[in-house]
Design a binder for this molecule. Structure first.
Ligand code: DQA
Length: 146
Protein backbone atom coordinates (compact mmCIF):
# COMPACT_ATOMS: atom_id res chain seq x y z
CA UNK A 1 0.00 0.00 0.00
CA UNK A 2 1.27 3.48 -0.85
CA UNK A 3 2.51 5.30 2.21
CA UNK A 4 3.24 9.03 2.58
CA UNK A 5 5.05 10.98 5.27
CA UNK A 6 3.44 14.38 5.94
CA UNK A 7 5.92 16.38 7.94
CA UNK A 8 5.48 19.74 9.66
CA UNK A 9 8.24 21.89 11.08
CA UNK A 10 8.52 24.62 13.71
CA UNK A 11 5.55 26.67 14.87
CA UNK A 12 3.05 24.75 12.75
CA UNK A 13 1.65 23.32 15.99
CA UNK A 14 0.34 26.87 16.52
CA UNK A 15 -1.86 26.87 13.40
CA UNK A 16 -5.31 28.16 14.29
CA UNK A 17 -4.06 30.83 16.68
CA UNK A 18 -0.82 31.96 14.98
CA UNK A 19 -1.33 35.03 12.75
CA UNK A 20 -4.77 33.83 11.54
CA UNK A 21 -4.86 36.65 8.96
CA UNK A 22 -1.96 34.82 7.24
CA UNK A 23 -2.40 31.17 8.22
CA UNK A 24 -6.18 30.95 8.76
CA UNK A 25 -8.14 29.48 11.66
CA UNK A 26 -7.68 25.79 10.87
CA UNK A 27 -5.62 23.88 13.45
CA UNK A 28 -2.95 21.26 12.69
CA UNK A 29 -5.28 18.64 14.24
CA UNK A 30 -7.99 19.69 11.73
CA UNK A 31 -5.46 19.35 8.91
CA UNK A 32 -4.37 15.92 10.13
CA UNK A 33 -8.03 14.81 10.08
CA UNK A 34 -8.43 16.15 6.49
CA UNK A 35 -5.35 14.17 5.46
CA UNK A 36 -6.45 10.99 7.28
CA UNK A 37 -9.90 11.17 5.63
CA UNK A 38 -8.28 11.61 2.22
CA UNK A 39 -5.88 8.74 2.89
CA UNK A 40 -8.79 6.41 3.70
CA UNK A 41 -10.68 7.53 0.58
CA UNK A 42 -7.54 7.01 -1.55
CA UNK A 43 -6.69 3.67 0.07
CA UNK A 44 -3.23 4.80 1.18
CA UNK A 45 -1.44 5.15 4.51
CA UNK A 46 -0.05 8.35 5.98
CA UNK A 47 2.21 9.21 8.88
CA UNK A 48 1.49 12.79 10.00
CA UNK A 49 4.11 14.44 12.23
CA UNK A 50 5.13 17.83 13.62
CA UNK A 51 8.22 18.95 15.50
CA UNK A 52 9.82 22.23 16.46
CA UNK A 53 13.22 20.48 16.37
CA UNK A 54 15.29 20.12 13.20
CA UNK A 55 16.88 16.82 14.27
CA UNK A 56 13.49 15.18 14.77
CA UNK A 57 12.46 16.24 11.25
CA UNK A 58 15.69 14.79 9.86
CA UNK A 59 15.12 11.51 11.73
CA UNK A 60 11.65 11.15 10.17
CA UNK A 61 13.03 11.95 6.69
CA UNK A 62 15.80 9.33 7.11
CA UNK A 63 13.28 6.73 8.33
CA UNK A 64 11.14 7.41 5.24
CA UNK A 65 13.76 5.74 3.04
CA UNK A 66 12.57 2.30 4.10
CA UNK A 67 9.00 3.20 5.05
CA UNK A 68 7.41 5.71 2.69
CA UNK A 69 6.92 6.31 -1.04
CA UNK A 70 6.70 10.10 -0.80
CA UNK A 71 7.27 13.00 1.57
CA UNK A 72 5.12 16.13 1.87
CA UNK A 73 7.14 18.67 3.80
CA UNK A 74 6.09 21.97 5.34
CA UNK A 75 9.42 22.77 6.94
CA UNK A 76 8.24 26.17 8.23
CA UNK A 77 11.11 28.63 8.64
CA UNK A 78 13.69 25.82 8.21
CA UNK A 79 12.69 25.93 4.52
CA UNK A 80 14.65 29.15 4.20
CA UNK A 81 17.67 28.20 6.31
CA UNK A 82 18.36 24.48 6.47
CA UNK A 83 20.97 22.80 4.31
CA UNK A 84 20.65 19.82 6.70
CA UNK A 85 17.04 19.22 5.62
CA UNK A 86 18.11 19.55 1.97
CA UNK A 87 20.90 17.01 2.59
CA UNK A 88 18.50 14.58 4.29
CA UNK A 89 16.01 14.76 1.40
CA UNK A 90 18.85 14.31 -1.10
CA UNK A 91 20.23 11.31 0.80
CA UNK A 92 16.99 9.33 1.05
CA UNK A 93 15.95 9.72 -2.61
CA UNK A 94 12.26 9.64 -1.68
CA UNK A 95 10.25 12.12 -3.81
CA UNK A 96 9.30 15.20 -1.82
CA UNK A 97 6.81 18.04 -2.26
CA UNK A 98 7.49 21.39 -0.60
CA UNK A 99 4.36 22.81 0.99
CA UNK A 100 3.41 26.12 2.60
CA UNK A 101 0.07 27.25 3.97
CA UNK A 102 0.78 30.88 3.04
CA UNK A 103 1.97 32.31 -0.27
CA UNK A 104 5.60 32.81 0.71
CA UNK A 105 6.24 34.82 -2.49
CA UNK A 106 3.81 37.55 -1.48
CA UNK A 107 5.57 37.91 1.89
CA UNK A 108 8.98 39.06 3.14
CA UNK A 109 11.97 38.65 0.79
CA UNK A 110 13.68 36.23 3.20
CA UNK A 111 10.84 33.75 2.54
CA UNK A 112 11.47 33.78 -1.22
CA UNK A 113 14.50 31.52 -1.03
CA UNK A 114 14.05 27.82 -0.26
CA UNK A 115 16.64 25.09 0.22
CA UNK A 116 13.85 22.52 -0.18
CA UNK A 117 12.86 23.62 -3.71
CA UNK A 118 16.23 22.42 -5.02
CA UNK A 119 15.29 18.82 -4.33
CA UNK A 120 11.46 18.93 -4.38
CA UNK A 121 9.49 17.54 -7.32
CA UNK A 122 7.16 20.54 -6.89
CA UNK A 123 6.01 23.32 -4.59
CA UNK A 124 2.50 24.12 -3.35
CA UNK A 125 1.93 27.34 -1.45
CA UNK A 126 -0.78 29.87 -0.73
CA UNK A 127 -3.81 27.58 -0.63
CA UNK A 128 -4.13 27.34 3.15
CA UNK A 129 -5.05 24.00 4.67
CA UNK A 130 -6.27 22.78 1.27
CA UNK A 131 -2.63 22.66 0.20
CA UNK A 132 -2.16 19.47 2.21
CA UNK A 133 -4.73 17.46 0.25
CA UNK A 134 -3.62 19.12 -3.00
CA UNK A 135 -0.10 17.91 -2.20
CA UNK A 136 -1.40 14.38 -1.52
CA UNK A 137 -3.11 14.37 -4.94
CA UNK A 138 0.03 15.72 -6.60
CA UNK A 139 2.21 13.07 -4.96
CA UNK A 140 -0.18 10.24 -5.87
CA UNK A 141 -0.22 11.49 -9.47
CA UNK A 142 3.58 11.58 -9.51
CA UNK A 143 3.91 8.07 -8.03
CA UNK A 144 1.37 6.62 -10.45
CA UNK A 145 3.33 8.02 -13.40
CA UNK A 146 6.77 6.93 -12.20
C1 DQA B 1 5.20 28.46 6.25
C2 DQA B 1 5.91 29.66 5.62
C3 DQA B 1 7.26 29.89 6.27
O1 DQA B 1 7.90 31.02 5.69
C4 DQA B 1 7.08 30.17 7.76
O2 DQA B 1 8.32 30.33 8.38
C5 DQA B 1 6.24 29.13 8.44
C6 DQA B 1 5.07 28.60 7.75
C7 DQA B 1 3.78 28.26 5.69
O3 DQA B 1 3.24 27.18 5.85
O4 DQA B 1 3.22 29.20 5.11
O5 DQA B 1 6.48 28.80 9.57
O6 DQA B 1 5.96 27.29 5.95
Amino acid sequence: MTSLLILNGPNLNLLGTRQPEIYGHVTLKDIEKLCQDKAIASNIQIQFEQSNHKGALIDWIQAAKSKQDGIILNAGAYTHTSIALFDALTAVEVPAIELHVSNVFSREAFRHHSYISNIAIGVICGFGAAGYTLAMDAMLGHLNQS
